[in-house]
Design a protein around this ligand. Sequence first.
Ligand code: FES
Length: 165
Amino acid sequence: MSTMTTQNINDGEEIDYLELDQMIEKEFDGEKENLIMILQAIQRRYNYLPKATLLYVSEKLEIPYSKIYEVSTFYSTFSLEPRGKNIVSICLGTACHVRGGERVREQIENTLDIKDGETTADKRYTLESVRCIGCCSLGPVIKINEDMHGRIKPDEIETVLNQYE
Ligand code: FES
């Protein structure tokens, strides 16, 4: 039996299979029914769903990989691409749009030198546009990880982003 419990994947990221195995067994009783919660836990751990972890879950829970892939792509909260340490969501819903959301998005893109949907080269930030995050009266709104920033102005973007380095 191999003693290797980790494996390098994209960009030098390591999958800790021992940890993954224990998580599936201890937190989720190794049950197929807990697939979505297992995927959520993997995403919390790696910030996305590395393919190697999905293959492992497939084998461990005896669920076809095609089924796991289908679930992973069905829910927009899951990402199959590596994402940055900080997820910057810019709301482009109607209320935020009319209050200048597009200018805020452009400012974020210029400041981070990435486009919507991309991740900075240093993997610190991923920018994602979203449609309404439920704080319309505070528009334009950005959300960084779990923090809301309302009535944000383009000239405040750099200072706010710097809080998340
Ligand atoms: S439209 Fe932006 S929070 Fe609702």
